[in-house]
Ligand binder design. Structure first.
Ligand code: EPZ
Length: 422
């Protein structure tokens, strides 16, 4: 297994290009199953999760080709050979469950393995099942697989979700595009990745309104046609790299970044003493003056503070002036980066879903272990400003969500290299 060696090396200056959004691409790719015509995605990120989704779609019989060094994904699901998403693939990546809605809508049946737990929580699928059953699907759990049927096709319905689940919103919206009649989905998630999915579905002929609000209305149509769609910028990669100059000092411009993608996050950075300015090419980030100050954080569904930036924000708070309280309200176990940061000299106390971080002058480099995708990058951020060397092991977590992380950080002056594993 590879590791990454980071050495604290002073302020960072320059530009970092931000890629297309992993979490948009992972719902846009299954959308190909809704039509027999080709769907092409541009600005796709080069990530291992995209390769996993590619393998899953190919296992169903879809044609998926990766062009232009992975930035273009050309797909066609004209002739599918299976409607079963196998446990071996789904257990590796929960987002595999996003084939459920499209398969059900187009073929009237789907067999999708339950993803099983993952490092950050149990992550059940009850909200997906409730929504699809509201559209008339019959879903049964057998041998760890969801067996879903809609022999007479899906029917539009009014459905309110208990919680604004991102994935459940995506599955239900995709399924509703081909249902008979109108669907009104209430307490829908409002993430930019859902807005991006709806924009793509609309290009395919879907009749949808309300995306980005809590109520999405879908008029079912008989069929969807092909389209070409550019994947929206990755707001989590954007937020992650905004923290690099905040932690190390200097000034970095994030190319492709837009304030609308990270408003609540940028507001927190501003309160902590980090300026974020929109430029014609992206966002420019720098500390307003010396040391940043501690700010409290509560993770919430969009437009609140993103749970996917909580670990990275904790890395900044480790050397801030004061004490910060970070409350993780989305997942039940998303502080695994805390003990690794403590190994680097951070002062963090975790009680249930709350972490209290008292800033120290400077962290000290140490060997640390990545435990999940966002935790892995928070350790790299911490190592950028720590005294001495930090080795982050198990960086396969990183490859799931961050393309060319060494090249992008080297490009702004970081001392960072990837060490090939045994
Ligand atoms: C998406 O996961 C993202 N993944 C996650 O990003 C992100 O953390 C999450 O949304 C929240 O923003 C993708 O888009 C591929 P949820 P998803 O359904 O859809 C509970 C990353 O780092 N829940 O909004 O799985 C669930 O257990 C990843 O890129 C149910 O109880 O998130 C969790 O506590 C990590 N029942 C909460 O809701 C359900 O049926 C949020 O889950 C579904 C979810």
């Amino acid at each position: 297994m590879d590791s990454i060696l980071v050495t604290g090396n002073g302020p960072l200056n320059g530009q970092i290009p931000i890629a297309g959004a992993k979490n948009a691409c992972l719902t846009l790719m299954p959308a190909t199953l809704l039509s027999e015509e080709p769907l092409t995605l541009t600005n796709a990120p080069r990530l291992s999760d995209i390769k996993t989704m590619t393998a899953l779609l190919q296992s169903l019989g879809a044609e998926v080709s990766s062009l232009q060094d992975g930035q273009v994904i050309a797909m066609s699901s004209h002739d599918l050979t299976s409607q079963t998403a196998d446990y071996e693939i789904v257990r590796k990546m929960r987002a595999s469950n996003l084939v459920l809605g499209p398969l059900l809508a187009r073929f009237g049946e789907a067999v999708v393995s339950l993803p099983g737990g993952c490092a950050i929580g149990a992550r059940p699928m009850d909200l997906h099942v409730d929504g699809l059953e509201a559209l008339g699907a019959e879903i049964e759990l057998k041998d760890g697989y969801l067996h879903a049927k809609a022999p007479g096709g899906l029917k539009g319905a009014v459905h309110e979700m208990r919680f604004a689940s991102v994935g459940a919103t995506e599955n239900i919206v995709m399924a509703a595009t081909l249902a008979k009649g109108t669907t009104v989905l209430m307490n829908a998630a409002r993430e930019p990745e859902i807005v991006d999915l709806v924009e793509c579905l609309r290009k395919m002929g879907a009749q949808i309104s309300g995306e980005g609000t809590s109520t999405i209305e879908i008029q079912g149509v008989d069929r969807l046609h092909g389209a070409t769609h550019q994947v929206v910028t990755d707001r989590i990669e954007l937020g992650t790299y905004m923290l690099a100059p905040a932690i190390c000092g200097g000034e970095v411009e994030l190319l492709g970044g837009r304030m609308s993608l990270v408003e609540s996050f940028a507001a927190k950075l501003d309160a902590a003493g980090v300026s974020v300015a929109e430029t014609t090419n992206g966002l420019k980030v720098a500390r307003k003056n010396g040391r940043v100050t501690s700010v409290d954080v509560v993770t919430e569904p969009f437009p609140g503070f993103p749970t996917d930036l909580q670990a990275q924000m904790m890395a900044l708070m480790c050397t801030a002036e004061g004490t910060a309280v970070l409350e993780e309200r989305i997942f039940e176990n998303r502080f695994m980066h805390a003990p690794e940061l403590v190994r680097m000299g951070a002062n963090i106390e975790v009680h249930g879903g709350t972490a209290t971080v008292t800033g120290v002058e400077r962290l000290k480099g140490a060997p640390v272990m990545a435990t999940d995708l966002r935790a892995s990058v928070s350790l790299i951020l911490a190592g950028l400003a720590a005294e001495g060397e930090t080795t982050v092991s198990r960086v396969y977590h990183l490859d799931r969500g961050y393309e060319h992380v060494v090249r992008k950080l080297e490009g702004v002056g970081a001392k960072i290299e990837r060490i090939k594993g045994q």
